[in-house]
Design a protein around this ligand. Structure first.
Ligand SMILES: Nc1ncnc2c1ncn2[C@@H]1O[C@H](COP(=O)(O)OP(=O)(O)O)[C@@H](O)[C@H]1O
Ligand SMILES: O=P(O)(O)OC[C@H](O)CO
Length: 501
């Protein structure tokens, strides 16, 4: 512990879908400094999404150096690093050269849809659900990894010979930061691979056999809060969690029944279910979360694939806004969406529909529709999708949430938050501390090295900045939502495919 005397900071590395961030926290869990870099999204075919793993690492190391420099700190003053990451995204690299053998296949990518259909035709759906807690959807790492091994010549053989390693982004970063010494992941990330038995907490031999994945290439699975290794500059790496589980922890939803929704690239609603792995009857996933000291707990999760990414699409592809923040202004210029619904099923639909064949659409276009209405419909779509998920989650848990705790980049948007409260008919609570994902990773790392003794020390930090009260009357709310459901039903099953039935 004496080693900690002059170490008054924790760095959280938040490797998200659109950017890499480094956030430095002090002993009171206040943000001292933040650095962030966006990186390139690759869309090589319709429905495919890739990242360059070297760019992920380069941006992540650059922001760490940048944040330390901005804060005027030396790495000796850092007690530990906590890593949190976009989940499911799959990297395979050469153990000797340290070079990836293929781009990272991103969680949103649909290229392994046919592999999933085959899994269903072969009757594995129930086993996958019982063992891994997941639905048979291309979202998860297992079928992405199979795709790489099937399509990069000689790779399966090389993996069998121990020449290649697989990892989600946490594993890749830790392997790089430790100079190739440490090949690990944590339970939360492992639970998103479709290769991990969430009950026995081991890689599942039958899933590895079904997907023909050599065990030799898999990382060792560890708890979310312990010292895994050190960076080349000597900083201890002490926390790992998938970003949604980190946000749940950062919001201190560590007891059964506590829930949060994160609005980033996608939207992810997680409810802690304590030591019970609850099986959903309404399209939720069963996944591993972090208990009060980072130990294994379970959660129900509703994953929406396109949330903030819908706003990015307005900015980068349609080019009708310059900045995500502008959407609040444009949406507020009109009194409603003029009957327009945008269903952003760009990469199929996640929870509760799980339809990889759905594709995006705009409905209700008339001559009076202007860009402002479309921008408003884009924001509304984020709130409608959250309602889809919250309704399903409440049916599973049998409980109605008194208030929804939110976080993530898009919660800065007051229009979105108010519309969310309106369409749910539930209060929305926005915390003062928006960096809850990074905070969760920092807590995990701080607990591992004794920087913080327990979460109790930090509970007082969770301050609500603003509450959004529902203002829409019941009939208006349900009329709007019925329009959304009709729009969604028309995007379903759009891409042609062979039925798995
Ligand atoms: N003011 C805003 N209004 C709506 N969306 C926003 C706003 N600010 C950011 N976003 C969206 O939020 C996302 C970024 O949030 P973040 O939590 O950093 O995501 P990620 O971790 O997935 O990279 C982007 O998709 C962006 O379009
Ligand atoms: O990068 P985010 O915040 O959109 O999160 C991505 C999720 O982890 C995907 O499951």
């Amino acid at each position: 512990m004496t080693d900690l005397q002059n170490k008054n900071y924790i760095i959280a590395l938040d490797q998200g879908t659109t950017s890499s961030r480094a956030i430095i926290f002090d002993r009171d869990a206040n943000v001292v400094c933040t650095a962030q870099r966006e990186f390139v999204q690759h869309y090589p075919q319709a429905g495919w999404v890739e990242h360059d793993p070297m760019e992920i690492f380069a941006t992540q190391s650059a922001v760490m150096v940048e944040a330390l420099a901005q804060a005027g700190l030396h790495h000796d003053q850092v007690a530990a690093i906590g890593i949190t990451n976009q989940r499911e995204t799959t990297v395979v690299w050469d153990k000797v050269t340290g070079r990836p053998i293929y781009n990272a296949i991103v969680w949103q990518c649909r290229r392994s849809t046919e592999i999933c259909q085959q899994l269903k035709r072969d009757g594995h759906e129930q086993y996958i659900s019982d063992t891994t807690g997941l639905v048979t959807d291309p979202y998860f790492s297992g079928t992405k990894l199979k795709w790489i091994l099937d399509n990069v010549e000689g790779s399966r053989e090389r993996a069998r010979n121990g020449e290649l390693l697989f990892g989600t982004v946490d594993s890749w970063l830790i392997w790089k930061f430790t100079g190739g010494k440490t090949h690990v992941t944590d339970y939360t990330n492992a639970s998103r691979t479709m290769l991990f038995n969430i009950h026995t907490l081991e890689w599942d031999a039958k899933m590895l056999e079904i997907l023909d994945i050599p065990r030799e290439m898999l990382p060792e699975v560890k708890s979310s809060s312990e010292i895994y290794g050190r960076t080349k500059s000597g900083i201890a790496i002490g926390g790992i969690a998938g970003d949604q589980q980190a946000a749940l922890f950062g919001q201190m939803c560590v007891e059964a029944g506590q829930a949060k929704n994160t609005y980033g690239t996608g939207c992810f609603l997680l409810m802690n279910t304590g030591d019970k792995a609850v099986k959903s009857k309404h399209g939720m996933l069963t996944t591993i979360a972090c208990g009060p000291r980072g130990e294994v707990a379970y959660a129900l999760e509703g994953a929406v694939f396109n949330g903030g990414s819908t706003v990015q699409w307005l900015r980068d592809e349609l080019k009708i806004i310059n900045d995500a923040h502008d959407t609040e202004y444009f949406a507020g210029k009109v009194k409603d969406s003029n009957g327009v619904y945008l269903v952003p099923a760009f990469t199929g639909l996640g929870a509760p529909y799980w339809d990889p064949y759905a594709r995006g659409a705009l409905f209700g276009l008339t001559r009076g529709v202007r860009v402002d209405h479309i921008i408003r419909a884009a924001l509304e779509s984020i709130a409608y999708q959250t309602r889809d998920v919250l309704d399903a989650m409440q049916q599973d848990s049998g409980e109605r949430l008194k208030a929804l705790r939110v976080d993530g980049g898009a919660v800065a948007n007051n229009f979105l938050m108010q519309f969310q409260a309106d369409i749910l008919g539930t209060q929305v609570e926005r915390p003062q501390m928006r960096e809850t994902t990074a905070l969760g990773a920092a807590y995990l790392a701080g607990l591992a090295c004794g920087f913080w003794g327990s979460l109790d020390e930090l509970r007082g930090k969770a301050v609500i900045e603003r509450e959004f009260e529902p203002q829409l009357d019941e009939a208006a709310k349900e009329k709007l939502y019925a329009g959304w459901q009709k729009a969604v039903s028309r995007t379903r099953d759009w891409e042609p495919h062979e039925s798995a039935e």
